[in-house]
Design a protein around this ligand. Structure first.
Ligand SMILES: Nc1ncnc2c1ncn2[C@@H]1O[C@H](COP(=O)(O)OP(=O)(O)O)[C@@H](O)[C@H]1O
Ligand SMILES: [Mg+2]
Length: 228
């Protein structure tokens, strides 16, 4: 395995305006992280500790108050918004607790979408999406719409979608938070198999200690920093 830095952040600080507007909430107070290729790390922490806020910042969705994020050693928040969106679509796959699939499109179309946005030719996008859905055990569900799929199946579609453009990293925010034990096991097994097959790194936010324990490293967010 190579030891290439896929995602790194340095001294991330994030403040939000307090409700009354005259103070600041210091949510992240100097977070540092370095993720290598094909590494799977877990981030745990109590509700409200800033896990989702950090994930959004790592994924280029929300600018930190201070500090910087690097994908493959390139600073992302110094990019123009269009360029950042393009880099994000090529490098990062997101999986959220709620799948955010487009209801009027089939599973296949949902998974093809990031590739079509990138400008991949339709047949190539279709081939990749179909391969991924079959790999996720959904070969019989290609033309189903999200409403015709179970919760576990919907989440597997959203994982396939996250992988469409061969990202170097998957950022997953409590991806199994809404699933029963059996579906949770299926999703986790797939994640661990995919890191080998797709050489992808994974950041997994979870509040389940069992799940975190299976990852290569576990970081606990507390009082705005990783507890050491
Ligand atoms: N856009 C926002 N504006 C103000 N406060 C926010 C915003 N987003 C999150 N927060 C606050 O930041 C804290 C951390 O939120 P979050 O990152 O969602 O926590 P976690 O995912 O660990 O449960 C919470 O107190 C939340 O209310
Ligand atoms: Mg959260």
């Amino acid at each position: 395995m190579t030891h290439e830095s896929v995602l790194r952040c340095s001294d991330i600080i994030k403040n939000f305006k307090s409700e009354s507007g005259d103070g600041e909430l210091e949510i992240l107070r100097g977070v540092n992280l370095n993720i290598q290729s094909a590494e799977i790390i877990a981030i745990i922490g109590s509700s409200g500790s800033g896990k989702s806020t950090l994930l959004h910042i790592l994924g280029g969705l929300d600018r930190p108050t201070a500090g910087d994020v690097f994908w493959h050693d390139e600073s992302i928040y110094q990019q123009k918004p269009d360029k950042l969106a393009e880099l994000r679509n090529e490098n990062v796959g997101f999986v959220f607790q709620f799948h955010h699939l487009l209801p009027e499109f089939t599973a296949l179309e949902n998974v093809m979408m990031p590739a079509l946005i990138k400008g991949t030719r339709y047949p190539d996008a279709e081939k990749r999406a179909s391969y991924l859905l079959k790999r996720f055990g959904l070969g019989e569900r290609l033309n189903h719409r999200p409403s015709q799929l179970s919760g576990g199946e919907q989440q597997r579609v959203s994982m396939a979608r996250a992988l469409t453009n061969n990202p170097s990293i998957i950022l997953a925010d409590e991806p199994t938070g809404n699933l029963d034990e059996k579906n949770t096991d299926t999703i986790l097994q797939l994640l661990f198999q995919l890191r080998e097959e797709e050489n992808v790194s994974i950041v997994l936010i979870t509040h389940e200690k069992d799940i975190a324990g299976k990852c290569d490293k576990v970081y606990t967010l507390q009082n705005g920093v990783f507890e050491s």
